[in-house]
Design a protein around this ligand. Structure first.
Ligand SMILES: Cc1ncc(COP(=O)(O)O)c(C=O)c1O
Length: 396
């Protein structure tokens, strides 16, 4: 009888298998010269394709411990509370805010591109009292301006993007951590687009919470995000009156999952992205083998080469440039969408337009990590020159 019921339910499928699912997966080859993701080198792809093991197996804990060490090196920190999020850069943004801020507390967000806007929205959604300091994309905040705003709003947290990828700006960080300490405020910094490309020293620069992403200069696939909290941040987040709004991003659980809480056993919280962690480990290993200084130097050198080539094409660049993502002002008389479509169609190269407040202002070229080579800069310049020749609009 039971078998009959099962048979009947099996024959009752009314929605046929979709035709697309009966075709093989097709993925084109692209040069990813936009603000991310960037191309993943074969060694990292191979690491990600290793056989899966259980996420709570001792061998996996070893790999997670290696990742923690790799992040500590990349961030230049000795913080024990250093992990990788199971999620993209946004997961790290939410984890940082959700754990260190409680509803009703005041936060101060420096906005000079989209990333400050995003963090402001994240903080607002969890009920924080958000204060915005706003500049046009590409402009930076002086330490005096920051201190004045901190005195006025008395925030528990200040957010700043080190690598503002929507504006192509590398923001100075020196001295801001000291100001935050003086006023009992945590300093949260985003290095999703700058880690491995521009110097950052979490401990020396008194950064309390630092996060990044896997898919930019680290060249791992998207989907994991390094994050680290120092003792000041841990003190705040583990002495809360309320629980963080997210279960998945609750650092009480994540710190146990990553073996950072000193407890003898790690218990199940969620199933981590095992393949993503293999790939992240390999990307951090490549950075460690190469060395941070060499990686920073290479990004600086290739970026300078690209700037010269762009200026030779008559294109206008922004100041305080991020060596990983270069923003150029949209050349007069051109439609940026048309140029980018042309470049993709004729050169298989991804470059992008602006994002958030920089939409319609800039086009962006990213040469990060594995992609950071003068030969790739030449390809990007050649494609742009071709687009300038063939996409010119007839408008005055
Ligand atoms: C500076 C910066 N912060 C945060 C993010 C968000 O990262 P994700 O897209 O991995 O969530 C990005 C992504 O481009 C970024 O460039």
């Amino acid at each position: 009888m039971m078998l009959l019921r099962l048979d009947r339910s099996m024959s009752s499928v009314t929605i046929p298998p979709p035709a697309c699912m009966l075709r093989p997966l097709e993925v084109p080859l692209r040069y990813l010269f936009g603000p991310g993701p960037s191309n993943v080198p074969p060694r990292i792809l191979a690491a990600g394709s290793r056989p899966i093991i259980g996420h709570l197996h001792p061998e996996m804990y070893e790999i997670m411990n290696d990742i923690k060490k790799g992040i500590q090196y990349a961030f230049q920190t000795e913080n024990n509370m250093t992990i990788a999020m199971s999620g993209s850069g946004h997961a790290a943004m939410e984890c940082a805010v959700f754990n260190t801020v409680e509803p009703g507390e005041s936060v101060l967000i420096a906005i000079n591109g989209i990333w400050g806007e995003r963090v402001a929205e994240i903080a607002e959604r969890m009920g924080a009292n958000v204060h915005r300091m706003v500049k046009t994309p590409g402009r930076y905040f002086t330490n005096t301006e920051i201190e004045q705003a901190i005195k006025k709003h008395k925030p528990v947290l200040l957010f700043l993007a080190h690598g503002e990828s929507s504006a192509g700006l590398c923001h100075p960080v020196d001295g801001i951590g000291d100001i935050c300490r003086k006023h009992d405020c945590l300093f949260l910094v985003d290095t999703v687009a700058s880690l491995g490309a521009a110097p950052i020293f979490m401990d020396k620069q008194n950064i309390d919470i630092l996060y990044s992403g896997s898919q930019k200069a680290l060249n791992a696939p998207p989907g994991t995000a390094p994050i680290s909290f120092n003792d000041r941040a841990c003190h705040k987040m583990f002495n809360r009156k309320t629980k963080p709004v997210s279960y998945l991003f609750d650092m009480t659980h994540l710190s146990n999952y990553w073996g950072c809480d000193g407890k003898p056993a790690r218990v199940y919280h969620h199933t981590g992205p095992v393949s993503g962690f293999f790939a992240l480990r390999e990307s951090l290993a490549i950075l460690a083998e190469r060395g941070l200084e060499e990686s920073w130097e290479k990004h600086k050198e290739v970026a300078a080469y690209l700037y010269r080539g762009l200026e030779d094409l008559g294109l206008k660049l922004f100041d305080l440039r991020l060596p990983s993502v270069t923003t150029i002002a949209i050349p007069e008389g051109y439609d940026w969408r048309e140029m980018l479509t042309y470049i993709m169609k004729h050169h298989c190269i991804e470059m992008t337009g602006g994002l958030g407040p920089s939409i319609g202002m800039v086009m962006r070229i990213g040469l990060m990590g594995y992609n950071c080579e003068k030969t790739n800069a030449d390809m990007a310049l050649h494609a742009l020159a071709d687009a300038l020749k063939n996409c010119k609009k007839s408008k005055a």
